[in-house]
Ligand binder design. Structure first.
Ligand code: AMP
Ligand code: GLY
Length: 429
């Protein structure tokens, strides 16, 4: 069977690596892909929002399985688009409908959905430019520092601002409603601040049943010790040690099942991954955010830990028979991912630096997944803010970290930057 993975990041490379291990998969097309060259994979220069060209590719190549990596095409309705094509009725698609992707596409929708279904999340109100004065009053009278302001729509991970003072919060609200994030900020959600430790829980669902994937924790800030600006994610560890059976049981009962039942009861078609961004507040899980896709770089750690074949589960989504599949098993070992970025990221950075040290040493428990790279003539050069994800699996967090850090030290490009403290907080627990 031929598969298509839509996207160009490390997440898509990790999924390609995993499904490429399956006997069921003969070819994998990556649209548009990056400088990574995994077995069975071929890049096709089609962008993630070129829906017509993607549909043509699927028909021309006889592709039977499509996995949509990033949120932008999902929120843009790629799944509905492909499903509406009578020539593609055979297609297996991993990714929710446009209505389902609203869990990520609109924070206001997600909050209202959680309220309707009794899913624990921080208290909130939302405001638009028409209700700015009311919003400022709400900040003054109903909230206290730190304040949490979120642009409603997709803002490439930059739409959440957590000001420490009322003055900053008021200024931020004015700026957001004044167009700082364009249309994504036309509505602003104000949330109460939750204190706890974050973790990510992933499921694959067919809209009726779900399968748990390994948990992970990511590291969002650019600097060691969780300092500096937010990024797309600088590293990951899977599993998360504080997610024990008791916590997971609460997550399933209070969050995962009500979410899937809520989608079903509202007639929303959802056959794909759900990423629950959670806060563990004194042992109780709260939803910080939903994403309608896997996380990046969490996927680069999670895929190493999945035993067995993920493709069979993906093929169960279409006929909604996931409940008949055996649960996915996980390796007991720990996987860690260290992300190497360009100097200057997440602000401005230069591209086009040749990368060395990529060859050799790639095994089932040590992988280098390309993120922002391009093949240029005979070499691989940097082409994005996040450049490479080095993932390693071993018996303990420390051993997995040692393996990943040891490997990343052999990679060179001008300005290579990475965090040196991934997983250190978990070692102290
Ligand atoms: P999001 O894009 O929704 O994941 O938010 C980005 C980050 O902001 C999260 O990973 C949290 O660290 C933080 N955050 C978001 N909402 C809250 C909240 N209600 N309380 C505390 N921190 C939050
Ligand atoms: N690593 C966080 C995300 O993918 O949204």
């Amino acid at each position: 069977m031929k598969a298509l993975i839509i996207g160009n990041g490390g997440r898509e490379q990790a999924i390609a690596w995993k499904i490429g291990l399956s006997d069921m998969i003969t070819h994998i097309y990556m649209a548009p892909g990056n400088g990574g060259s995994l077995p069975k994979c071929h890049n096709v220069p089609i962008g993630v929002t070129q829906f017509d060209a993607l549909a043509e590719l699927i028909k021309d190549m006889g592709i039977e399985l499509v996995i949509v990596g990033p949120e932008v095409p999902l929120v843009g309705g790629i799944v509905d688009f492909l499903k509406a094509d009578p020539q593609l009725s055979h297609l297996h698609i991993v990714g929710p409908s446009k209505a389902g992707a609203e869990l990520e596409g609109s924070k206001e929708f997600a909050k209202a959905f959680m309220l309707r279904h009794g899913i624990p999340t921080a208290k909130y109100r939302s405001f638009t430019s028409e209700t700015l004065e009311e919003g400022l009053r709400y900040l003054r009278e109903e909230e206290q520092p730190p304040y949490v302001l979120k642009a409603d729509g997709l803002a490439a991970g930059k739409g959440v601002v957590i000001p420490e003072t009322l003055e900053e919060a008021e200024a931020e609200m004015r700026e957001m409603l004044g167009g700082k994030f364009g249309n994504a900020g036309a509505t602003v959600v104000v949330e109460s601040h939750l204190t706890g430790i974050e973790c990510s829980v992933f499921v694959l669902t067919d809209g009726r049943d779900y399968m748990l994937l390994p948990t992970a924790k990511d590291y969002k800030r650019i600097g060691d010790g969780d300092t500096g600006l937010n990024t797309g994610g600088m590293g990951a560890v899977s599993p998360v040690p504080f997610v024990d059976d008791a916590f997971m049981q609460k997550v399933e009962e209070r969050i995962i099942r009500p979410t899937i039942q809520g989608l079903h009861s509202e007639g929303i078609d959802y056959r794909g991954f759900i990423f629950f961004g959670l806060m563990n507040v004194a042992g109780d899980p709260y939803v910080i955010e939903y994403n309608c896709r896997m996380g990046d770089p969490e996927t680069e750690a999670v895929m190493l830990r999945i035993k067995g074949d993920l493709v069979g589960s993906m093929l169960a989504l279409k006929e909604q028979v996931l409940g008949q599949m055996e649960p996915l098993l996980e390796f007991e070992q720990v996987a860690t991912t260290i992300v190497a970025v360009s100097k200057g990221y997440p602000e401005g950075y230069q591209k086009g630096y040749p990368i060395s040290g990529l060859e050799g040493d790639v095994t089932a428990d040590l992988q280098i997944f390309h993120m922002g790279t391009t093949a240029k003539e005979q070499s691989i050069v940097t082409s994005g803010g996040r450049v490479l994800a080095v993932s390693a699996m071993d018996g303990t967090i420390q051993e997995a970290l040692d393996k990943a850090y040891h490997r990343i030290q052999r990679i060179h490009y001008d300005g290579i930057t990475y965090r040196h403290d991934i997983g250190q907080d978990l070692l102290k627990l």
